[in-house]
Design a protein around this ligand. Structure first.
Ligand code: HPA
Length: 273
């Protein structure tokens, strides 16, 4: 097997060559949450398909572009479209862009997703700051050979989401009168939504929201020593008394509606970094 380090470096070199100056802030945009891109003063963009070794995005609602520009007065890069385990990518592919970002000099990673809410206080359209996660994917992205250059064999996961950035987000929310929830994100492989018993189980074990992404990227970002900030947009609610049937269309519609709040929180936290 080809050395992963060489692959990361080759991809990073291509991006650096195509774009020039590299940012210290990276953003991964989730399903239906691409509107943040309209707030970026874009200086460069690259289609995933033209980047060597980058997987190509397939799912609806993900256009697959790397975007460079200014947001909240800071130079950032954003992934419009991410790679999901349920699409058939392996964990190394799902997390490859995070490793490339790290190689390019990204130190702070913002991640967003659409998620189903189990917390009984939540409503559709709420924005939840991720305070912690529970990894229920069938594989850890760090399984296999460890490259000490990328991070330790047994990384601590004590503060997977930066307490400093959560505090900053709370300050923004308080100042701007934004209803900002806190919660634990449960990461599952999908592509099925949960059964009523599964939503209930996730709630009992400490989950507030559930989704099919984010956890692999956040594990790799922690391995790489990056500071992480995560937000979930609650697009549907699940539990044993909830009869509404979630669909991809409904998730997208709810995400589109709630995304101005998410965009505002992320932009404002970035501006205060
Ligand atoms: N479950 C899993 N993933 C999701 C959900 C959900 O209810 N909503 C949006 N993504």
């Amino acid at each position: 097997m080809e050395n992963m380090l060489e692959k990361i470096r080759r991809t990073a070199e291509y991006i650096r060559g195509a774009v020039g100056e590299m940012p210290g802030i990276g953003i991964i945009l989730g399903t239906g949450l691409g509107d943040l891109v309209n707030h970026i003063e874009i200086s460069a963009q690259i289609e995933y398909r033209s980047i060597p070794d980058f997987p190509v995005s397939t799912v609806e609602g993900h256009s697959g572009k790397l975007i460079f520009g200014r947001l909240g007065g800071k130079y950032i890069m954003a992934m419009q479209g991410r790679f999901h385990f349920y699409e058939g990518y392996d964990m190394k592919q799902v997390t490859f862009p995070v490793r490339v970002m790290k190689e390019l000099g990204v130190k702070t990673l913002f991640v967003s997703n659409a998620a189903g809410g189990m917390n009984k206080e939540f409503a559709v359209g709420d924005v939840m700051v991720i305070t912690d996660h529970i990894n229920l994917f069938p594989e850890n992205p760090l399984r296999g050979r460890n490259y000490d250059e990328l991070g330790p064999r047994f990384p601590a996961m004590t503060e997977p989401y930066s307490a400093r950035l959560i505090e900053l987000a709370d300050k923004v929310a308080a100042e701007e009168g934004i209803r900002l929830m806190h919660g634990v994100y449960v990461g599952t492989q999908g592509p099925t939504f949960e059964t009523p018993a599964e939503y209930e189980y996730f709630r009992i074990i400490g989950g507030d929201a559930v989704g099919m992404s984010t956890v692999p990227e956040v594990i790799v970002a922690n391995h790489a020593g990056m500071e992480v900030f995560g937000v979930s947009v609650i697009t549907d609610l699940g539990g044993k008394d909830i009869k509404e049937v979630p669909s991809h269309e409904e998730v997208q519609k709810a995400a589109v509606k709630a995304q101005p709040v998410m965009t505002r929180v992320i932009t404002e936290v970035i501006s205060r970094l």
